[in-house]
Ligand binder design. Structure first.
Ligand SMILES: [Zn+2]
Length: 81
């Protein structure tokens, strides 16, 4: 049950952040730095991979453990493959 709630919250956050994340990707603001690191502009946030999870430095991440920057990186990685 708790996992289900977590998944629902995550899905709601994905829906909320998707338009902004897609704009970041489409505007070329997601820069690949290394296999575990991206920079997301115009305010530079460093998005880092730790194992299977991504970390960001922004306010949304500190609140939700998820944000538009991480989603933008995930969208960009999905487009590459
Ligand atoms: Zn972020």
């Amino acid at each position: 049950m708790e996992l289900e709630v977590k998944r629902m919250i995550h899905n709601a956050l994905v829906t909320h952040f998707t338009p902004k994340a897609q704009r970041l990707v489409a505007s070329g603001l997601v820069e690949f730095a290394s296999s575990n690191r991206y920079y997301v502009y115009p305010v530079v946030f460093e998005v880092q991979r730790r194992g299977r999870t991504w970390l960001c430095q922004c306010e949304h991440y500190s609140r939700y453990r998820f944000c538009e920057h991480i989603l933008a990186v995930q969208i960009q990685e999905a487009q590459k493959t």
